[in-house]
Design a protein around this ligand. Structure first.
Ligand code: NAD
Length: 256
């Protein structure tokens, strides 16, 4: 028996990085998984890897832009029908932008809010009724340590990830009041070695970039995607059935 046997999960932004690691971890621990991404080919490849490892029908894939509310409804219904239900939603898709309030273009600021924040509003709005039909659900929103500790250089990202943190608590309380066992929590990673760090690696070279970021973390090193996948696995499983409205920091002590 895996830790999430019988669960049916949808992971957004699952074509690479944390989403890919999470989808693979959930499948390894017994869940059916729907992988979605704006990069549909990447999502299909991850689903194919999962099916090769755990058997056909374990994973499904859809091309999905999380900023599109209509697409959310279509994809959620398709995932629900393919898997036979939906009780885990991992809102992982997200983008960053490196700009201070004086440097950042307003359009970029809005776009980051749209991808990182509005997407989660749409996803939860349409996923909760599907979860409620089966009486059980866990929503896991991937925020960032940047949603807790601010930096002058990431105005759009700081704003978005702080909004995700607080929106998750609001959703948790709403779900707790409105029946069923539907939980909602946010996860706050520190720097994790995924393609999101490519720009920093281009600027400093891979080794120096990882060392530079690692020096900022009390535990001394940049994380690996599975460090976050394990946190998601716990929140997706019934091991966390009394846990809702928390902000789970996976941050090597940087916010301590
Ligand atoms: P990544 O860039 O490697 O992967 C993000 C995925 O999201 C990509 O596959 C991309 O195609 C997809 N995506 C982007 N825009 C989309 C859209 N509009 N619709 C659907 N999919 C879209 O990033 P990652 O490092 O795996 O990050 C995943 C999440 O974790 C993000 O929300 C990010 O903000 C957060 N995070 C990452 C780190 C880190 O250091 N890696 C730290 C803190 C938080």
């Amino acid at each position: 028996m895996g830790r999430v046997s019988g669960k049916m999960a949808l992971v957004t932004g699952g074509a690479q990085g944390l989403g890919e690691a999470t989808a693979k971890m959930l499948a390894r621990e017994g869940a059916k998984v729907t992988v979605t991404d704006i990069n549909g080919e990447g999502a299909s490849k991850v689903a194919a890897d999962i099916n090769a490892a755990h058997g056909e029908g374990t994973a499904f894939a859809w091309q999905h832009d999380v900023t599109d509310a209509e697409q959310w409804q279509t994809v959620l219904k398709a995932a629900h029908d393919a898997m036979g239900g939906l009780n885990v939603l991992v809102n992982n898709a997200g983008i960053g932008s490196l700009g201070s309030v004086e440097d950042e273009e307003y359009e970029t600021f809005r776009h980051v809010q749209n991808v990182d924040v509005d997407s989660i509003f749409h996803g939860c709005k349409y996923a909760i009724p599907l979860m409620r039909a089966h009486g059980l659900g866990s929503i896991i929103n991937i925020s960032s340590i940047a949603g807790i500790v601010a930096s002058g250089n990431y105005v759009a990202y700081n704003t978005a990830k702080a909004a995700v943190r607080h929106m998750s608590k609001s959703i948790a309380l709403h779900c707790a009041k409105t029946g069923g066992q539907i939980r909602c929590n946010s996860v706050h990673p520190v720097f994790i070695n995924t393609p999101i760090l490519d720009r920093t690696k281009e600027m400093f070279g891979e080794e120096e970039a990882l060392a530079k970021l690692g020096r900022q973390i009390p535990l001394g090193k940049v994380g690996e995607p599975d460090d976050i996948a394990y946190a998601v696995l716990y929140l997706a499983s019934d091991e966390s059935k009394l846990v809702t409205g928390i902000e789970l920091k996976v941050d090597g002590g940087i916010s301590a």
